[in-house]
Design a protein around this ligand. Structure first.
Ligand SMILES: C[S@@+](CC[C@H](N)C(=O)[O-])C[C@H]1O[C@@H](n2cnc3c(N)ncnc32)[C@H](O)[C@@H]1O
Length: 168
């Protein structure tokens, strides 16, 4: 039997933000009326509530049951669940096709956690396949700013000046 083709790679865009103001400023530019949004690390749901009027549905998850309890009390119209960001089985059990994911986890902004963050983003990309993941991470933003993809216009060799141009 010929080997089966690998599934096409999902085209998820990552938006790296520094600080909560930038994280929240993305909302009107990123979230649309048809979107189903997941916020990971929602704490008491402050950002989740800001996302809500822009989309079809938003859900917040946090590893802390105490935060989720408080989020439910403060914002009863929004669904919040106590789930760890890496627990894909529980995230899939929410039964939604998330088109946007917002990620704001304490301890995930520094360089020491960059590899963990990238592996989380890869997992969400391949399992949830949202079109955009917005992340609050200063180190990811700094890292991304220095990255250039080989083969992109920025890496094309500059055209050589011809002899004719040299002598003019
Ligand atoms: C800075 S607070 C989030 C603030 C919130 N996003 C907002 O904009 O108001 C970070 C949250 O990440 C949560 N967190 C840390 N590790 C987590 C994990 N592995 N899974 C889910 N949530 C996590 C913490 O419990 C905390 O509530």
């Amino acid at each position: 039997m010929p080997p089966s083709k690998p599934p096409p790679s999902p085209r998820t865009r990552y938006v790296a933000t520094r600080g909560v103001q930038e994280y929240r400023a993305t909302i009107p530019h990123t979230v649309g009326a048809d979107d189903v949004v997941l916020e990971v690390g929602c704490e008491w749901g402050t950002t989740t509530e800001l996302i809500a009027p822009h989309c079809r549905e938003v859900l917040g998850i946090d590893v802390s049951p105490a935060c989720i309890e408080r989020a439910r009390q403060m914002r009863p119209s929004i669904r919040f669940e106590a789930i760890d960001a890496f627990d894909m089985r529980s995230i899939l059990a929410l039964g939604r096709e998330f088109s946007k994911v917002y990620v704001d986890m304490s301890g995930f902004s520094g360089y020491a956690s960059l590899l963990d963050l990238i592996s989380l983003l890869s997992m969400y990309t391949h399992v949830l396949a949202p079109d955009t993941i917005v992340v609050k991470s200063q180190s990811l933003k700094q890292f991304a700013r220095r990255c250039v993809v080989w083969g992109s216009p920025a890496t094309q060799p500059k055209p050589q000046r011809s002899d004719a141009e040299d002598s003019s």
